[in-house]
Every structure is written in structure tokens, then in C-alpha cells.
Design a binder for this molecule. Structure first.
Ligand SMILES: Nc1nc2c(c(=O)[nH]1)N[C@H]1C(S)=C(S)[C@@H](COP(=O)(O)OP(=O)(O)OC[C@H]3O[C@@H](n4cnc5c(N)ncnc54)[C@H](O)[C@@H]3O)O[C@H]1N2
Ligand code: MOO
Length: 414
């Protein structure tokens, strides 16, 4: 058959950046909010501005175990210990000239003291110390409010809360907060060749790996997942699965069936029963990525090749799902590093090659290729820790050239 018969839906590929900009602009975040206990907010999206009613720390306190003293006493050889301050047990009295207070890390610094000497810097004789090295005024004192000042805005709505955020919020005494309801994402694999793990394979069959990598990426994104299994390459069956998914979820992610073969029905179904926004991007792998809407649900049709699924999920679906979930924009972090490997590249598409960051001879970061770059070689993803992002117009890259990398991230660790 000729091109005239088939046409070329990829003929005028758009850049990923332009397509994403239009897509993210078109997406309105879901609504729906709930009040949750602090721990339940981990990985959820904050829906209110958070300010702190208290300063953190609340008081000037000691950074070390030692002795709180008056800096004006710097000439004194000997200081009498008049009391003790421990965390949670402030010293209630006053400190006069030539006096000091035994103080533990975290204890409130008595109002008369203006420096703390570490206990390793004194000699002790009964109730008397002799500093062997005088601290400068203010030394070893953590000032009230040096972390947060009462009234400070600490977090903005749209933030997906991390472990560090939970700690910061707890430090202000807050027990409950308002978060957005989680995004609900239905996903399924398409393909007559697919078998579930644990099943025997017939001739030409393969195991459905995409539903596992998708499950992992969706879960790491912090959304609620609805696994609709494997759907046959049959238009009515696919239309039924899409209708069910659109009914039950805010977004649908599928793998396979978006290219131009006789069993690739999804773009046509989207045109007929939904709204097709685009079905091709100048990216590799993942060119036939297909995006649109079914009913009220946003639809992401990821090309079936296992590496294409993971690449288009991170580069296309992730920013869109984040926006839909109500998360504030978070541009991918890219770094310029030297490539130790030569990289094959044809001009025409933006490449997302798989790489591994390594330490160069002078301690700087370098990247090596994660091996065979075929879009079916999933091992290259699992061995990689970054994408090597090569611009559309670039050709081959020689070892020693500077390239951009995008490290894979574990979003909820800190
Ligand atoms: N004539 C053309 N053919 C192809 C083009 C093109 O432009 N013109 N584009 C190629 C590109 S690029 C890609 S990517 C693929 C995408 O194809 P589909 O999305 O239609 O995916 P399938 O054909 O269904 O599958 C592709 C490949 O991946 C395997 N697969 C599918 N699902 C799974 C799964 N759940 N787990 C593991 N492996 C899966 C499938 O068996 C195929 O080998 O189209 C090119 N063709
Ligand atoms: O875009 Mo396809 O993903 O090159 O294999």
C-alpha cells in the first residue's frame, strides 16, 4: 500500500514543549477537598495556604551541651555555676557577674546569658568552671524564629506534601489540614498478545509488563489507581472499557493500539466518541502518543512499546495529571553533564535516551548510556537513573560532549 492510502498522522509532528503547553493550559483541576490528619496528608495536595502561628524555635536555645554565660565576663578566669537548664526545664533564676548556668542542648538560654561555651572548652573544679576558650557574643545560641517566624507563610496550596513538609507543619503544631481529594486514574493494557503474569504463554503471546510499570508510576505519582486489566484489540470492547473508565475516573491511561496498524483503534475511537487533541509528538520513543478526552475524563493513550510507555508517561501524562490533580507546576530538573558514551541520534525528534549518572575523574557528574536504546528494551529503563534529553534537531553525539540529563526522581522521599 502507498502513503496516499494510509496517510501519515505523524506528518506534522509538534514539539513536546508546544503540545504540553497547550494541553496543560486546557486542563482544569478537579475539585473536591477533605480535611485530614497530618500523617494522612503525606503525598496529598495541600488545598489551603499554611502559615505558622508560632515561631520555630519558640525561644533562644542552646545548640550545644555546655555553660550559658555573660559575654561581658570575658575577663573572668573562673565562673560559678548557679543552676541548670535542660530541654523542657528552663533555669528560673538570674545570672549575675562572674556566674554561669550549666545548660543542655535545646534548653532555653536564660535571659541574662548571651553566649554558650561548649563543655569541651572549659575545665571544671567543683561548682566553678574556667573557659579555655571564650565564645564570641551569641555563640552556640539558636535564635527564636531562626527556622520560622510567627505569621510566616510556610507552604502554598498546590504543594504535594513531602516527608520534610510533614515535619515542618508538625513543628508549627498543626494537627489537621485541608487537602484535595486524590485524582482517580483508570488504566488498562490493550493487545490480543498479552497474558497476565503467572499464566502460560501461547504462540506469539507475551506477558503484559506495561500494566506493572504503569501501576508503579501512577502509584508513585500519588493518585488512586483503578486497574481495568487487559482489553482485546476489538473496537466495541475497547469502546466499552473506555466508557467504563470515563465513568469511574478523572483520567484514563492505556498502553498500545495508538499507532497506524490495522489493530490500532484508539485514535479513531477517540475521534468518534470523544475529543482527539493530538496523536503524535516529535519525541523518541513515544511518537504516536495520543491525548484527548472521553466524556469528562482526560485520556492518555501511550504507545505500547514498554520504554515508550514509561517515557510518555513521565514526559506527557505526568505534567498533565499533576495539573488535573491540582498540583502547582513543577518543571523537570535538568542538568548539563559530559557524556562518556557516544550517542546515536537522528535529527527530527527529541530523544529521551536512557543513561546512568557516574562520577567523573575530577568528581563531577558524567553520564553513560544505559545500553541498547530500542523502545522494547525495558531493561534500559530499569538500569538507568536518568533520561539523556537530546534536542529535536541534533544528530549523533560524540563522547566528551555536554548533554542535558533529567534524573529520575522519587517524589515523596523528602
Ligand atoms: N507504520 C508505522 N508503524 C509504526 C509507527 C509508525 O509511525 N508507522 N510507529 C511505531 C512506534 S514509534 C511505536 S512506539 C509503536 C506504537 O504502537 P502501538 O501503540 O500501536 O502499540 P502496539 O502495536 O499495541 O504495541 C507495540 C509493541 O509493544 C508491545 N506491547 C504492547 N502492549 C504491551 C504490554 N502491555 N506489555 C508488554 N509489551 C506490550 C507489543 O507487543 C508490540 O511489540 O508503533 C510503531 N509502528
Ligand atoms: O516512539 Mo516509538 O516509541 O519510537 O518506539
Amino acid at each position: 500500500m502507498t502513503d496516499a492510502t494510509h496517510g501519515d498522522p505523524h506528518g506534522s509532528d509538534r514539539s513536546l514543549a508546544a503540545a504540553l503547553h497547550d494541553l496543560v493550559t486546557a486542563i482544569e483541576p478537579i475539585t473536591g477537598y477533605r480535611r485530614v490528619a497530618l500523617r494522612a496528608a503525606l503525598g496529598q495536595i495541600l488545598a489551603e495556604p499554611l502559615s505558622t502561628p508560632v515561631s520555630v524555635p519558640a525561644h533562644d536555645n542552646s545548640a550545644v551541651d555546655g555553660y550559658a554565660l555573660r559575654h561581658a565576663d570575658a575577663g573572668h578566669v573562673r565562673l560559678g555555676i548557679v543552676g541548670t537548664a535542660a530541654a523542657g526545664h528552663p533555669y528560673p533564676g538570674e545570672i549575675g557577674p562572674g556566674e554561669c548556668v550549666r545548660i543542655m542542648t535545646g534548653a532555653v538560654v536564660p535571659p541574662d546569658a548571651d553566649a554558650v561555651v561548649m563543655q569541651e572548652r572549659v575545665t571544671i573544679d567543683g561548682d566553678v568552671i574556667t573557659p579555655t576558650q571564650w565564645p564570641a557574643a551569641g555563640n552556640n545560641i539558636r535564635r527564636a524564629g531562626e527556622d520560622l517566624q510567627a505569621g510566616d507563610r510556610i507552604l502554598d496550596p498546590g504543594r504535594r506534601l513531602t516527608a520534610a513538609d510533614l515535619g515542618v507543619i508538625a513543628s508549627t503544631g498543626r494537627a489537621e489540614l485541608e487537602v484535595r481529594r486524590p485524582l482517580r486514574v483508570a488504566f488498562f493494557s490493550t493487545g490480543d498478545e498479552l497474558r497476565g503474569v503467572g499464566e502460560p504463554l501461547g504462540p506469539g503471546d507475551i506477558y503484559d509488563s506495561n500494566r506493572y510499570s504503569l501501576y508503579g508510576m501512577l502509584t508513585n505519582l500519588g493518585v488512586e489507581v483503578l486497574d481495568l486489566g487487559v482489553v482485546k484489540d476489538e473496537p466495541d470492547t475497547l469502546a466499552g472499557a473506555l466508557a467504563q473508565a470515563a465513568h469511574e475516573a478523572d483520567a484514563i491511561v492505556t498502553s498500545g493500539g495508538v499507532s497506524v496498524g490495522d489493530t490500532d483503534h484508539l485514535p479513531t475511537l477517540l475521534e468518534r466518541h470523544g475529543e482527539l487533541r493530538f496523536r503524535s509528538i516529535a519525541m523518541k520513543p513515544g511518537r504516536p502518543v495520543t491525548v484527548g478526552r472521553f466524556g469528562t475524563a482526560w485520556y492518555f493513550g501511550l504507545p505500547g512499546n514498554p520504554v515508550s510507555v514509561m517515557t510518555t508517561f513521565t514526559q506527557v501524562a505526568t505534567p498533565a495529571l499533576r495539573r488535573l490533580a491540582g498540583e502547582a507546576p513543577r518543571p523537570a530538573r535538568r542538568l548539563s553533564v559530559t557524556t562518556r558514551s557516544a550517542l546515536g541520534k537522528k535529527p527530527g525528534r527529541q530523544d529521551f535516551q536512557r543513561g546512568r549518572l557516574v562520577e567523573g575523574a575530577d568528581g563531577t557528574l558524567e553520564v553513560v548510556s544505559a545500553g541498547h536504546q530500542g523502545s522494547g528494551v525495558l531493561r534500559s529503563m530499569s538500569e538507568a537513573d536518568c533520561f539523556i534529553v537530546l534536542p529535536v534537531e541534533r544528530g549523533d553525539v560524540e563522547a566528551g560532549e555536554i548533554v542535558e540529563v533529567e534524573p529520575f526522581t522519587a517524589p515523596l522521599v523528602v
